[in-house]
Design a protein around this ligand. Structure first.
Ligand SMILES: Nc1nc2c(ncn2[C@@H]2O[C@H](COP(=O)(O)OP(=O)(O)OP(=O)(O)O)[C@@H](O)[C@H]2O)c(=O)[nH]1
Length: 150
């Protein structure tokens, strides 16, 4: 249940890990690369693959406590123990700080920035019934950020 490109877990692994942590309070952080299509078009698909691997490493290094997953395409997830929203926010800031420090170039970024990520998260008590809602909340938060151009 690993993603062959990055070696981290895949979507099924995320579901399995949530169920294994039933009744625990968890944070789910979803991460999506901005303008990845343009990155591939400008740098080539193999370099796009390299960026995906580099980001998997970066997310792992900046969120040491988390388990990581590639959900498909340019989407990643991190799952970690998280007692409250303040902790979740701290983790999200930690990730964005790590990305700024890494300063990956993106030659076709429309805002002439390096690689940027959209990040959204939610806290939930793990259960098969709560997970879909937690996922939807994190996904909505991510797309609010993406649409704001943050
Ligand atoms: N290099 C590489 N590219 C991939 C892989 N899987 C998906 N993609 C590419 O990821 C891109 C995702 O495109 P979109 O979903 O439009 O995402 P985006 O360009 O980041 O758009 P925004 O998120 O709205 O900024 C597509 O061009 C896919 O071809 C992969 O394994 N390797």
């Amino acid at each position: 249940m690993r993603d062959p490109l990055t070696g981290i877990g895949n979507r099924s692994a995320l579901h399995q890990d949530v169920l294994a942590k039933r009744h625990q309070t968890l944070g789910l952080i979803l991460v999506d690369i901005d303008f990845f299509k343009q990155y591939n078009d400008a740098c080539g698909h193999p370099q796009g693959d390299t960026l995906l691997r580099q980001l998997a490493t970066l997310i792992g290094e900046t969120l040491e406590e988390a388990k990581l997953y590639r959900l498909g395409g340019d989407e990643f997830a991190a799952l970690l123990d998280c007692p409250d929203i303040a902790t979740l926010k701290r983790y999200c800031h930690q990730l964005m700080d790590g990305l700024r420090e890494a300063d990956f170039p993106h030659p076709a970024h429309p805002d002439k920035k390096g690689v940027t990520l959209s990040v959204g998260g939610s806290c939930f008590v793990a259960d098969e019934a709560t997970f879909p809602y937690a996922y939807e909340a994190a996904d909505k938060a991510l797309y609010r950020v993406k649409n704001d151009g943050a």
